[in-house]
Every structure is written in C-alpha cells, then in structure tokens.
Design a protein. Sequence first.
Length: 174
Amino acid sequence: MPQVSPEQLRQEIIGVLKELREALKPKAVVFDLDGVLVDSSERYAKCKEEAGNDRRKFWECFLSEKYMDLDKPREDVVKILRGYLVKRYRIIILTGRIRQTHAAKTRKQLRKWGIYYHEIVFREKGDYRKDHVYKLEELARLMERYMIEVVYDDSTKVLDAIKKRYPQVKVCKV
C-alpha cells in the first residue's frame, strides 16, 4: 500500500467535502418575471405611448408602479413553474424590477395570482448594469447555494451569456 502524506490526505478530504457540498445543494429553477411569468405587454404599450421616443421617460414609467395593475400572469409558464414545485425544486425569480420601488407590489401580485416561489432577487435602485451582466452576476451568487438546473428568460442575450458561462445549465427562451 502506497504511503500517503498528511497533506495529500488533507487535499483528498477537502475534495470529497467540496463534492458533497455540491451534491447536497437543493435543485433550483430560475424564472425571469416580465415577459416570462408575467405578461407586461399592456404596461409596456402604455408607457411607450406616454413616453414617445424618450427612452429615459419610457423606463421611468415602466419601472414605476404606475401601470403594474395592467400586468397579467402567463398561465403557460406558471404551469411549468408549478410542475417544478411538484418535483420539489426551489423556485427562484430573478427580475430586473427595482427592489425599492417594486418589491411590495410584485409580491402582492404574485400572491394574488397564486405564484409560489422560494426566493426573489430584485435589482437595486441605481444599478444600471446591462441585463445580461446583472443576471449573470446574480446567478453566480445563487449558484453558491443552489444547484441551478434551468433558467427561463425572454432575452437571448441573457440566455447566451448563461450558456457560455454555465454550459451545464439548461436555458429556455420564453
């Protein structure tokens, strides 16, 4: 039997513990909100009409609570989410909505529509990172605690960035 040094044994134990930690992470699925779980097309149209060609005004309108009551759940995607719940996956919503201005109303909407989730991640006020950068960085944080198997999003740029960084994660365009 070959002699194993204390350092080799230590490294072997650390490797096994890392594998075990990964294996014990709960399975999770990530859903975007607007355009995926939620049909926000009426809010989008109303803000577009109100802002004209002024992009800043459009985003101020869209990222406010002003027309959020026009949003509706996308039952086709909600059904997919519920299928994962039955399989005991953790449901994570990763949204570009602003925590300081949207959190309360968003949670109220989701309760009203019967959309259950374990965790919701909002963008912070003043966070102007591009959506694909923001979501990729937030996904990295989530992957420290979850075994993320699937991401549902409506942005090709977001999904391409995820595929490139995390080829083991299945991406679904909605």
